[in-house]
Design a protein around this ligand. Structure first.
Ligand SMILES: NC(=O)c1ccc[n+]([C@@H]2O[C@H](COP(=O)([O-])OP(=O)(O)OC[C@H]3O[C@@H](n4cnc5c(N)ncnc54)[C@H](OP(=O)(O)O)[C@@H]3O)[C@@H](O)[C@H]2O)c1
Length: 264
């Protein structure tokens, strides 16, 4: 079916869902263009002029929690919630987001740092839209997920493997960063080991790989939109981080790339 026809059918049947997914697609384009010129003002790129700021640890939890919460609420509204394939996808999503929302913020060192409220509000809006549309698509709009035949489909098998690989790279890379500081420290060092041998931001690389894997395994429009949105946010930020390291450390390894090993 041509994409315009599919869009107008979806718009008639599920207007809120369709506009929300479209909104995330547009937000991804806007983010990519803006973030290619302006570094998102948090962490090492924090600077004045972005309105009121809030404690970074608290804001992380508040802005990420709507993702698992909205996903779970919409998911369990469906009669398909206890079907095997949707349950596995539910588990994958929750596995990432329960950690990211409720554990990761408390592992950050230097979490006494501030983060502009506006960045948290934008992330909160995205997370609520993303969690709810993904759960809706998995439980209501994806007949292929209702049969256990999907477990043997190459898209599902490869998707799960890619998701796990991305998750492990993201976790390992974040752990290396979080261990660079001793308690109480808030300065920056050159990370070493793991995928830092090749990249300045392997945590972002892992995150993008992870959500591409999820999109393959779920094979729904919002899952692909999520992978797209993650890349539109994290690729420009990886370049900002890469430039920042090169400007701040004269001994920064010359062979490291920003976001794709040996390429980019
Ligand atoms: N799906 C998405 O769209 C999305 C969007 C954003 C983030 N994320 C994920 O969320 C996680 C965190 O993202 P982030 O942008 O906050 O990552 P980040 O800038 O790499 O920072 C992660 C943590 O490590 C610290 N850190 C970073 N570089 C350091 C260095 N060289 N020396 C010492 N400490 C260092 C940071 O401290 P400071 O805070 O003091 O800089 C922060 O606590 C990542 O896994 C990322 O993939 C996902």
């Amino acid at each position: 079916m041509p994409i315009t026809e599919a869009f107008s059918e979806s718009l008639q049947a599920y207007p809120i869902y369709t506009w929300t997914v479209l909104g995330v697609v547009v937000l991804g384009i806007v983010s990519f263009v803006l973030l290619s010129f302006i570094s998102a003002p948090y962490g090492r790129h924090l600077r004045p002029g972005w309105g009121p700021t809030v404690n970074a640890t608290i804001l992380w939890g508040i802005m990420e929690a709507p993702s698992p919460v909205s996903f779970a609420v919409v998911y369990f509204m469906s009669d398909n919630a206890f079907k095997p394939v949707p349950l596995v996808l539910f588990g994958m999503y929750m596995f990432h987001y329960v950690y990211r929302s409720f554990i990761y913020p408390f592992r950050m060192r230097g979490g006494h740092k501030q983060k502009p409220l506006v960045t948290g509000l934008l992330a909160l809006g995205f997370n609520a839209a993303n969690g709810s549309t993904n759960a809706f698509a998995i439980t209501v709009l994806a007949p292929h997920l209702l049969s256990t035949d999907w477990f043997t489909d190459p898209r599902f098998i490869i998707g799960v493997l890619v998701f796990v690989a991305g998750y492990l790279i993201n976790q390992q890379s974040d752990a290396i960063l979080l261990n660079l500081r001793k308690p109480g420290e808030s300065d920056y060092k050159i990370p070493q080991g793991g995928f830092y041998r090749w990249l300045s931001s392997p945590n972002y690389f892992g995150e993008i790989v992870e959500w591409i894997g999820f999109a393959l395994a779920a094979w729904t429009v919002p899952a692909w939109v999520f992978a797209w949105f993650t890349a539109t946010n994290l690729v420009p930020r990886a370049f900002s981080n890469h430039r920042w390291y090169q400007e701040h450390f004269s001994d920064y390894p010359k062979t490291r790339r920003a976001i794709i090993p040996f390429v980019l």
